[in-house]
Design a protein around this ligand. Structure first.
Ligand SMILES: *Cc1c(COP(=O)(O)O)cnc(C)c1O
Length: 952
């Protein structure tokens, strides 16, 4: 065995890691190596191997770990936060809390690239898109973006590429949230666009801009008529983007009806806790004319091979994965789980319930407005939904102090102005309390009923007509119905709670229950991201310790927890590199070298950071071609800004030349960005910051156990060496340039997951996890090698933590495609491996350390059974069109049909391994037609008749 004895590993480590001692020994035996250390010696180059300890000591047991987190949570102070500014108190319905947010069937799912096993979450996302379309009054909405501020930056970029105006400036309403302004500024600066920030009614010269961003209602609470400004923009050929509060939109005229082309915002207040900044679903909706260029993922309706309606991700070819250098956005991981929660909040409340919640908030606000006016306080915003900006007459500090004493946070704007935003959790008591804070001597005039419908909303800004008329928003109002709807959708999907998900590059490892428990504690959830620091003492402790530990793991000197995904980490890291070069006068350094094998987000992020991409070739063994690298370095000369390299490579190999690649780049004045998505192969074995890299992102939703949530949330903090530390993202709430997310610590409320994982594993456990991840991948490679070619291996014949099966020879010989194999795996109850990345026509398998030998064998046996079916075609027993491979996946309708006229036995069709154990997974649809869906783009809930017609 390896040098760490079991006693030092701790009980949790054995729960996290799949193979036990006996299995590990047996697997090592198959590989012909004596122990784990021997395997690692054959895998990780000696030149980068780092045997020093991480210094974390032994792992904690689960009880102690939860106690530690309780202690941390207790240090956060839960005030009544009426700060607003994009974050509001809200009530997650408990049926959703327990059966969705806390349900592994939902949170351990992967992005729905395999639509046949994702119909449940795709339906929920289609509900989300429908909800957003109806609230905004626009035609097409995507299935979430990272937060409101990044959505606004994406809106600016979309405006720039689609406006008929060729101006180079973008206008931003000064009444936008400061954090939105920060993130938009950062993006505009990198791309060389000028920003004009001001009052749209006074400062906007429409002819000088390609677009504008307005906030509705404004940060001040003002509900302004945006129609005239939008008309002005349109006349000049510019695009009108509006950031809108989706709860206000249940009462307000939709921005679409006022002419907006793009609407963005955050769905946080649809039941998702503030969580000190996230995660929450950002949203974007656009006019029909812009639908083919909307960033992010889009769920659409298509049909399966039986002609039944079926959901899938639409317009996949627009994705950055495919577009690479031509990409216009780098969004990959988004906020699927949070979008689903928000959609279910709307499904459960329905349009009437949503309006009632909004109306109640508005009534309370109207009463507070009246009471404050009675006390002589002047209000800056004449109209309002839920937010009042009050002139304090120099009393801000005194009022603020009384608020603190009463456990209330207000929005401090300046010495003469304070903001108050009410929310779903507000009550008469809240109104009374706020009034007492502003005017301690006031009598209880606030309770005097000044209720008049929509008192704060001008009559011509009131929404007219019904919305959310689709039955899905009316059917599930009782808890019984809601519970069953959630269960029914979850049952249609395959997530980690049913099967291994061997997706290469995605690291679908265990998301342990103990790690998930603290996420829904109110001490983490009910914290406003802009609350004063002394209320965040617990969070701060967690941030500091997590940063320290990530530094120890990665060999870097400083960490920023701000980026909300790996791709945003790439963007933030490249911006740091850019700023570093500029600080030294190297303004011309704007070329980013990227190997041909890179993940699509790499070139997309480089593009967003204002760099141009030069591709470096890979050699026949899949490694970076050093000769070509030298040539490219020579060619770009002093324009070299950086190289972006993934390590171990996306080909699943520890390249021996990594140090040389770093040295060559540094010698030419460039910086090394090391994509850390594959850190699961390195933790405890080697440190990027020590072997030559300058900056990396860490996908906490891969290596550090944050569940994928069906396509988000994620977290992509970056680590940097000391010289880049001054260029890490800045605090967004200041409105200054440099921020990449709306909240200072990104999706802070899911950081306890990664933190708990690190505490539970201890340094020996973390190292063991890496070793077993490598063992599992090599075990699969060894078992499958006699049946499928393994595309790439390291110098000593080993793969890293993943391996690529080459199916191209079979395609040439028999016509069988990666799709056929992927869909046939569904019949065996498996989620497919990563398809056609990084090499078209291949499957990339990453088992992770969490899968035991039995599950690995079940998978290998399924692949070998599939190989036999390929042989049937090879040897002429069946043509591919008639084979079970092409007919896969098989549904209950197929096998229950009275007539079976296939060329293979009925039982062969459906008899996967799951069936033998009595827990067969039945996909709800047959193979889905992607081309049909893209030609007939439908991205919101289709009318029910269409289902009825299809069933005929
Ligand atoms: C997952 C991944 C990314 C992108 O990370 P997101 O969190 O999805 O944005 C980048 N590079 C590689 C190699 C990856 O596997």
């Amino acid at each position: 065995m390896s040098n760490s004895s079991n006693a030092t590993l701790g009980a949790f480590v054995h729960r996290h890691i799949g193979p036990d001692e006996a299995e590990t020994a047996e697997m090592l035996k198959l590989l012909g190596v004596p122990d784990l250390d021997g395997l690692i010696e054959q895998t990780v180059p000696a030149s980068i191997r780092d045997r020093s300890s991480l210094g974390f000591g032994p792992g904690l047991d689960e009880t102690t770990c939860l106690e530690r987190l309780r202690e941390i949570a207790r240090r956060n102070k839960r005030f009544t936060s009426l700060i607003g500014q994009g974050y509001y108190g809200t009530k997650m319905p408990l049926v959703i809390l327990r059966n969705l947010m806390e349900s592994p069937a939902w949170y351990t799912a992967y992005t729905p690239y395999q639509p046949e096993i994702s119909q449940g979450r795709l339906e929920a996302l289609l509900n989300f898109q429908t909800l957003v379309c109806e609230l905004t009054g626009l035609d097409v909405a995507n299935a979430s973006l990272l937060d409101e501020a990044t959505a606004a930056a994406e809106a600016m970029a979309l405006a720039q590429r689609s406006a008929s105006s060729k101006a180079d400036s973008f206008f931003v309403d000064a009444d936008c949230f400061p954090q939105t302004i920060s993130v938009v500024k950062t993006r505009a600066e990198a791309l060389g666009w000028r920003l004009v920030i001001g009052d749209p009614e006074k400062d906007l010269a429409a002819a000088d801009v390609f677009g504008a961003l307005l906030q509705y209602p404004g940060a001040s609470g003002q509900v302004r008529d945006i129609k005239p400004v939008i008309a002005q923009l349109h006349e000049a050929g510019a695009i009108a983007a509006v950031a809108a509060d989706p709860l206000a939109l249940t009462l307000l005229a939709s921005p679409g009806s006022l002419g907006a082309d793009i609407v963005v915002g955050s769905m946080q207040r649809y039941g998702v806790p503030m969580g000190c900044g996230g995660p929450h679903a950002g949203y974007m909706a656009v006019r029909d004319t812009l639908k083919r260029s909307i960033p992010g993922r889009l769920v659409g309706v298509s049909q399966d091979s039986r002609g039944r309606p079926a959901y899938r991700l639409a317009l996949q070819t627009r994705e950055q994965h495919i577009r690479r250098e031509k990409a216009t956005s780098n969004i990959c991981t988004a906020q699927v789980l949070l979008a689903i929660i928000a959609s279910m909040y709307a499904v459960y409340h329905g349009p009437d319930g949503l309006r009632a919640i909004a109306q109640r908030i508005h009534d309370l606000t109207a009463r507070l407005a009246q009471a404050l006016a009675d006390q002589g306080f002047e209000r800056i915003n004449s109209a309002f939904f839920d937010t009042l900006t009050i002139q304090t007459g120099g009393q801000t500090s005194a009022i603020h102090e009384r608020a603190r004493a009463a456990g209330v946070n207000l929005r401090r704007i300046d010495e003469n102005t304070l903001g108050v935003s009410l929310d779903e959790t507000s009550s008469d008591e809240t109104v009374r309390l706020v009034l007492a804070i502003f005017a301690p001597a006031a009598t209880s005039s606030a309770t005097a009923d000044s209720r008049q419908a929509l008192a704060g909303i001008p009559a011509d800004q009131v929404r007219s007509g019904p919305f959310l008329e689709h039955p899905v928003f009316h059917r599930y109002r009782s808890e019984t119905e809601m519970l069953r709807y959630l269960r029914r959708l979850a049952d249609r999907d395959l997530a980690l709670d049913r099967t291994m998900i061997p997706l290469g590059s995605c690291t679908m490892k265990l998301n342990a229950t103990v790690e998930m428990i603290p996420v829904t504690w109110p001490e983490f959830g009910e914290i406003h991201p802009f609350a004063p620091e002394d209320q965040l003492a617990g969070y701060q402790l967690l941030f500091d310790d997590l940063e320290t530990r990530l530094c120890a793991i990665s060999g870097y000197d400083a960490v920023s927890l701000q980026p909300n995904s790996g791709a945003q980490g790439e963007y933030a890291g490249l911006l740091a590199i850019r700023a570093y070069h500029r600080s030294r006068g190297d303004i011309q350094r704007e070329v980013c070298l990227i190997p041909a094998s890179a993940h699509g987000t790499n070139p997309a992020s480089a593009q967003l950071a204002g760099m141009s991409v030069v591709v470096v070739a890979c050699d026949a063994t899949g490694n970076v071609d050093i000769t070509d690298l030298r040539a490219k370095i020579e060619q770009v000369g002093d324009r070299l800004a950086a190289i972006m390299i993934t390590y171990p490579s996306t080909h699943g190999v520890f390249e021996e030349s990594i140090r040389e690649i770093c040295d060559l780049t540094h010698a030419a004045g460039g910086q090394v960005y090391l994509d850390g998505a594959n850190l699961n192969a390195q933790v405890g074995l080697c440190r990027p910051g020590a072997y030559g890299a300058d900056v990396s992102h860490f996908n906490l939703h891969k290596t550090f156990c944050i569940p994928h949530g069906g396509g988000g949330p994620g977290m992509g903090p970056i680590g940097v060496r000391a010289h880049l530390a001054p260029f890490l993202p800045s605090a967004p709430q200041t409105g200054e340039i440099g921020a990449v997310s709306a909240a200072p610590y990104g999706s802070a409320s899911i950081l306890p997951i990664s933190y708990a994982y690190i505490l539970l594993m201890g340094d020996e456990g973390l190292k063991r996890a890496t070793e077993v991840a490598i063992l599992n991948a090599n075990y699969i490679a060894e078992r499958l090698a006699p049946h499928f070619p393994i595309l790439y291996r390291g110098d000593q014949g080993r793969v890293a933590h993943e391996c690529i099966l080459d199916l191209r020879p079979f395609k040439d010989a028999t016509g069988v495609t990666v799709d056929d194999v992927a869909k046939r795996l569904i019949d065996h109850g498996f989620h497919a491996p990563t398809m056609s990345f990084p090499v078209a026509g291949t499957l990339m398998i990453e088992p992770t350390e969490s899968e035991g030998q039995a599950e690995l064998d079940r998978f290998c046996d399924a692949m070998i059974a599939i190989r036999r079916e390929i042989a049937d075609v090879e040897q002429g027993r069946l043509v591919i069109e008639d084979s079970p491979l092409r007919h896969a996946p098989h549904t209950a309708d197929d096998v229950a049909a009275d007539v079976w006229n296939r060329a293979y036995p009925r039982a062969q069709g459906w008899l996967g391994f799951g069936a033998q154990t009595g827990s067969k997974y039945w996909p709800p649809v047959n193979r889905i037609d992607n081309v049909f869906g893209d030609r007939n783009l439908v991205c919101s809930c289709p009318p029910l008749e269409s289902y009825a017609q299809a069933a005929e």
